[in-house]
Design a protein around this ligand. Structure first.
Ligand code: ARG
Length: 462
């Protein structure tokens, strides 16, 4: 069955049908397609195209098709052009000629927009749930080791000491921006396109507001040509998904490093690691590597749809059918990666003494010393020089910060006071960073509490 054909003297070739068909992937929209069509049947009743009795027969037949579609055999042998065609064929099998009325004043161009919006709205909700769950797990992981000290890095060189919760809260912030982006994407998805017709607006006076209410949309699209031409809402989601994957990938990379023998900070659970078929000792961080690896596929999906859309003349072009596979692919990878990251975070253990020792044996306290000198009146540039020389001397003598006594320090440079020797312990320097957003223990405790409250607000916001 086709939804067109009167104007043609020949049918499509087998090659063209195979090349252009989308049922193999857009079948994932079937539930949305049926829900949209049921609402559309009610709209057709309101404009007098269907009687109440006809509408009831169609809605019921759609329910039956939806139930049947849950069984895998449903799609076996189906050769329809796309999911919309399949659903109407099934409707005709059940309701005969009455089915021919369902597409009155409706185009597949708006229908595919509607179906994608309905599907994506749910998918965004699923991703949002998983994102919030991961954020909760990160807060729990922070609370498990509230006082742990780690060296923070720039250029992957030990830079300044920070608290473990401060490090995790950095990811919490990235993910809370991601949460906002998902919400914004959802708001653009959640407008109702029906009534647009193929591109010029429907020839029937549908109550679009009623349709929007029926399908749970917050608003209406405003221009029929825009509806036929637009896939911004898919790109918005793909961008939001891509940025989440960037953040997940960086977290994965950090933890791959931190759990290596070279770092030895983290112990990943057996449940999220794999062994080697040859080397009996190996315990590999495959879960994290795959999060990092799959991120590239999601960026590919975003790029792919950008390429598809650029240069398309208004309005609909069949090229736009190519939006589905990247959308489904990205949504699946995102959801899987969020779930995996959470399982890793829930089961990881920190060995706090290892990063603490890494902080103590390195010169992460250098900035603290230079700033103490500056507070005591030494111009900062001069203070920087003095501490730089102290580090150089320590490297020469193989001395760690803790190996310096107060007397040796003041003997090294008269600007040092004996009191400043306390700053040779990385925990001490952090106490001077009680600025909002800094790693001072009080600031971090407050940030952790604030983050937990914000997470509750995000949960309540949907
Ligand atoms: N399968 C098509 C798609 O996904 C549906 C719209 C078809 N419209 C058309 N004018 N051929 O884009």
């Amino acid at each position: 069955m086709k939804l067109w054909g009167g104007r043609f003297e020949q049918g499509p070739s087998e090659i063209f049908e195979r090349f252009s068909g989308s049922l193999a992937f857009d079948r994932r929209l079937i539930e949305a397609d049926i829900r949209g069509s049921q609402a559309f049947a009610r709209a057709l009743e309101r404009v007098g195209i269907l009687s109440a009795e006809e509408r009831a027969r169609l809605v019921e037949a759609f329910d039956e098709i939806a139930a049947e579609a849950k069984r895998p055999e449903f799609f076996e042998g189906a050769e329809d052009e796309d999911v919309h065609t399949l659903v109407i064929r099934k409707l005709r099998e059940r309701t005969g000629a009455l089915a021919d009325k369902i597409h009155t004043g409706r185009s597949r161009n708006e229908q595919v927009s509607l179906d994608t919006r309905l599907w994506l709205r749910e998918e965004i909700d699923r991703a949002t749930e998983r994102l919030l769950a991961l954020m909760e797990s990160l807060l729990e992981l922070a609370r498990r080791y509230p006082d742990a000290v780690i060296p923070g890095y720039t250029h992957l060189r030990r830079a300044q000491a920070v608290l473990w919760p401060h490090y995790l809260l950095a990811y919490f912030e990235m993910f809370s921006r991601d949460w906002e982006r998902l919400r914004q994407a959802r708001a653009r998805v959640n407008v109702m396109p029906l009534g647009s017709g193929a591109l010029a607006g429907s020839g029937f006076p549908f109550d679009r507001e009623a349709l929007a209410r029926d399908l749970g949309f917050d608003g209406l699209t405003r221009n029929s040509m825009d509806v036929s031409a637009d896939r911004d809402f898919v790109l918005d989601f793909l961008y939001a998904a891509s940025l989440i994957m960037v953040h997940l990938s960086r977290l994965a990379e950090d933890w791959i490093l931190y759990s290596s023998e070279e770092f030895g900070w983290l112990e990943l659970s057996d449940q999220v690691t794999s062994g080697s078929s040859l080397m009996p000792q190996k315990k590999n961080p495959d879960s994290l590597e795959l999060i990092r690896g799959k991120s590239g596929r999601v960026f590919g999906c975003l790029n792919s749809l950008f390429m598809t859309m650029k240069g398309l003349p208004l309005t609909y072009n069949r090229d736009m059918q190519e939006d589905k596979e990247p959308l489904f692919e990205a949504a699946d990878q995102l959801s899987g990666a969020l779930e995996m990251a959470r399982a890793v975070a829930d089961s990881v253990r920190l060995n706090p003494e290892v990063p603490a020792a890494a902080a103590e044996e390195s010169w992460v306290v250098a900035t603290d010393l230079a700033e103490a000198l500056a507070r005591a009146g030494t111009p900062f540039h001069r203070a920087h020089q003095i501490v730089g020389r102290l580090v150089l001397e320590s490297v020469r003598q193989k001395k760690r910060p803790a190996d310096w006594s107060a007397e040796e320090l003041t003997a090294f440079a008269p600007e040092f006071t004996p009191e400043m020797a306390r700053l040779l312990d990385p925990r001490e320097g952090m106490k001077s960073r009680e600025i909002a957003g800094g790693t001072g223990p009080g600031a971090v405790a407050a940030a952790l509490a604030e983050a937990a409250q914000r997470l509750n607000e995000m949960r309540a916001a949907r």
